[in-house]
Design a protein around this ligand. Structure first.
Ligand code: AHG
Ligand code: MN
Ligand code: MN
Length: 335
């Protein structure tokens, strides 16, 4: 259920009962992410002032160290989720190992673990281009009241109970799913309130945008090279348009609204591509599927891949269903 002028807070409460586990714990968790996102948003918006208020590594006027934004975002998300005692474990792209939160305490009945890419597209910060945050939520598989283990984090993407992203763009949006479609909320910065602006988001079945770092063309597998030639051919509604921001969140967000495909393939330089299965590909794949799109590694559905390590990388093809299927066809034919 959604209505005009609905805030994220209202939406979470009103939709809590449609979620199959209705303890309210997941709602509190999404609320914490909402809070951390606003704090990070505030800091991201000040990034352009860095030469005035001091660069990373400097000490600011209060004697505090200035931090790089990805470190800052990482700390804020971890702090918010830890302080509010909402989850039993966190894994972050910025941390070598997972973090266990009071999970050996028998009073801690928290059932959820969160995996995050606190700042995605971080190379874009210095040039005032959109960045994002990606999150992925699972129920732990080990018993409550015991320390979390690696098994709680190495779950297949199809076990996710919620996933979402924040895009810090021309406006800031939080987009998420709990397995019942995808909804987008836009921040009104004057009020600090997120309003439902994009109910029930859907990838168009087809599209005409392809997003890939074509500078790596010579290193791509033959199937990707062939697909790119197909995208560029003067035929039917092609050539397609090429758009690549270099922030997965922003490229995905545009493609979901307009129709398109994002590809980060393996290459002769990176045998498994660049993107991380647990922090980037699984959450985006879950959102894509919930929005009628598709995500694969070129051959296999992303959400069915069995993770073997926390920072595992996989090739990523994600977007409008017909486009992803076409790209897969080229991958298979080139085998
Ligand atoms: P992160 O900033 O979290 O390391 O992720 C950057 C990712 C992704 O957002 C983006 O699409 C891709 O890396 C860009 O990589 P290239 O510069 O190799 O194209
Ligand atoms: Mn990233
Ligand atoms: Mn990152």
């Amino acid at each position: 259920m959604s209505r005009k002028n609905q805030t994220l807070g209202e939406f979470i409460i009103e939709n809590q009962s449609s979620f199959k586990y209705t303890s309210g714990e997941l709602s509190r968790l999404i609320n914490s992410i909402r809070l951390a996102a606003k704090v990070v948003n505030h800091e991201v918006n000040k990034a352009g002032l860095v030469d005035i208020i001091g660069a990373a590594g400097d000490t600011n006027i209060q004697g505090e160290d200035q931090q790089k934004l990805d470190v800052y975002a990482n700390e804020k998300f971890i702090q918010t989720l830890t302080n509010r005692n909402i989850v039993c474990g966190i894994a972050s792209e910025e941390e070598d190992d997972f973090i266990s939160i009071n999970s050996q305490d028998e009073n801690n009945q928290n059932k959820y673990v969160v995996l995050i890419d606190p700042l995605d597209g971080s190379s874009n910060i210095d040039v005032n281009v959109s960045v994002g945050t990606i999150f992925s939520i699972y129920r732990r598989v080990t018993p409550v009241g015991t320390p979390v283990t690696i098994d709680d984090f190495l779950q297949k993407g199809n076990q996710q109970v919620a996933a979402g992203y924040v895009v810090y763009g021309t406006s800031t949006m939080l987009v998420y799913t709990t397995g019942d479609g995808v909804n987008g909320f836009t921040l009104n910065p004057a009020l600090g309130t997120l309003y439902l602006s994009h109910p029930n988001m859907q990838f168009p079945e087809d599209g005409n945008i392809y997003s890939i770092n074509e500078g790596n063309y010579n290193h791509f597998p033959q199937g990707v090279k062939d697909y790119l030639k197909y995208c560029q051919k003067e035929e039917d509604n092609r050539p397609y348009t090429s758009r690549y921001i270099g922030s997965l969140v922003s490229d995905f967000h545009r493609n979901m609204i307009k129709g398109g495909i994002y590809i980060y393939p393996k290459s002769s330089k990176n045998a498994a591509g660049k993107l991380r299965l647990l922090y980037e590909c699984n959450p985006m794949a879950y959102i894509a599927e919930q929005a009628n799109g598709k995500a694969s590694d070129g051959f296999t559905r992303i959400l069915d891949i069995e993770p073997t390590e926390l920072h595992q990388r996989v090739p990523f093809f994600c977007g409008s269903t017909n486009m992803v299927e076409k790209a897969e066809e080229f991958m298979q034919n080139a085998e």
